[in-house]
Design a protein around this ligand. Sequence first.
Ligand code: GLU
Length: 366
Amino acid sequence: MYKHIIIKLGTSVLTNNSRTLYQPHIVELVRQCALLYEQGTEIVICTSGAIAAGKERLGFPDLPNTVANKQMFAAVGQNQLMALWGRFFAMYGIEVGQLLLTRADLASRPRFLNAQNALQALLAQRIIPIINENDAVATDEIKVGDNDNLSALAAILAESDMLLLLTDQPGLFTADPRIDPSATLIPEVETIDETLRKLAGGSVSGLGVGGMATKLQAADVARRAGIDVIIAAGRAPDVILRAAAGESVGTRFVPVERPLIKRKQWIFAGKKTAGSVVIDAGAVRALVDNGRSLLPAGIVEVNGRFQRGDTISIHNSDGDELARGITRYNSEDLNQILGLHSAKFSEQLGYDYGSVAIHRNDMILI
Ligand code: GLU
């Protein structure tokens, strides 16, 4: 049923919730991927476990939990991880290729397209791309930070039709099943709202950095791009095969009916916002009800320092984020021209970049 699947494997799945990589499990997941691959399904893997593998390889040295030590573990462990994936897929005669990404690789349009070219070139040669964050060198500012969100960005990059998030939980529950015995699995989610976010907020699984909260963020990004998202237990028998066949496993997030166009998917997914603006009620109506661009005249407050071309978020006066988009003016300029009509811009700044602060085509409503 699905032809282009990206499978995200959390550290808890790869280690079977232990301290070490659990190879029988990985072999089993590779077996399922190989079967699908032979049937013509395009597969991309987003793997966690580099840091865990590094610790294992070095015999769990007792070191302070610094960024540099984590980078060091990732540098050692990424190799170990790739060696395993390479060896297990080779049993089925399948080649793999490593792609290490950071948010910075996805944040500018040319870099995004460049990463996409690499991914597509691998897929064109029937090589399975194995993606992870470039933990060894990426600093927090340029990191996605967790592989749930990374896998959603990779799903957009790969133009997948399904994102399968495999974890140690069977899916999303009505309450935390470890605390509340009456909790039941939610088989299908149609909209991701505040109630659901609160529900997911508390659960974090063992070694990885993600929990249900980051899975929900990832699901939100992917489903807006028109991608089906399934959260399921990596341990469940034949979980990859069953999900790919369209069977009901875990929790499925229904994609939106009218997905964002590609450029807008990228605005939503690729970038961290560099700052924000608060807009007045008239501008809220223009944006939300009438589908207009944001003019400096409607801006009442500028927060943060950002450059022309950065993605910023747009808030109403209650602080709710309404939209996100690429600004045509930097924060200093906007501070000088907010509230003004476009005829005054060049008088104020000595130049202007047009009447619009954020053009409709560079904006998505949230
Ligand atoms: N990139 C991290 C690693 O490979 C994992 C991040 C995550 O667990 O979400 O160790």
